[in-house]
Ligand binder design. Sequence first.
Ligand code: Q46
Length: 271
Amino acid sequence: MRCSRCKEKAIIYLKPYKIALCKNCYPNFYLNLVSRSIKRYKIIRRGEKVLACVSGGKDSSAMAFALKKLGYNIEILYIDLGIGEYSVRSRKVVEELAEEIDVPFHLVELSEYGFTIDDVDVKKVCSVCGTAKRYLMNRFARMNGFDIIATGHTVEDMILFFIKNVLSGGIEWIPKLIPRSEGFNGLVTRARPLFERSEKENMLFVLSLNIPFLIDECPYAPRDVWKEIVYDIEAKKPGFKRNFVRGLIKLAKSVKIDERWNLRSCKVCGE
Ligand code: Q46
């Protein structure tokens, strides 16, 4: 298979776009897609001070690298969750990435709050971890004058979030399923610039440019059967994920925000 652009040996055929690309042409194609999403959905405005939250995985590493390449004003935040060797290795990778792309690196350690994720003794560790991460990201961004928090959520994350919430009856979350959620009541604006990009596209991007990332998965990451189902559908119906998430955005925009989103601040810490 030859690259549709330069006729070199292709590394990938992207079915939804009907294009084959080589190692040299793929990164620019990817960057164009990210740039188009950001502009089309007004996800990040020029000049905004962006806090890119990077875990060291392929998705958030790709996000930080792409935003910097596209000229956005980013700084990196790494949250050390205290997950044994996994946290030690991922922190190193994120420090390396920040140095390589020449952006400030910030560190927050969950242990400063008296516990680590390894100390959490409940069945659903990820629920506690997710809450802790959201708290720490928002607090850090708010206290350091960032306009916006960017995360590496992928098209798969958006679809899974929708499916799981609908299945559990939590439809009040639907209006939040947009690539840019404006801040309110002390919550900093959130951006998901990779909401149309798949995990596979992100992986190819980091591999083709040798962007630092950690291949290991978090030891607490559960097997996600729904993700496998989403992959199966995409294999049978190329373009499913992209079309689904675009429909989701239209739906999310048409649903009115529930009164319950009028959150109040914590009397102790202000969050
Ligand atoms: S870091 Fe935390 Fe994830 Fe590990 S404990 Fe679960 S939520 S899997 S993205």
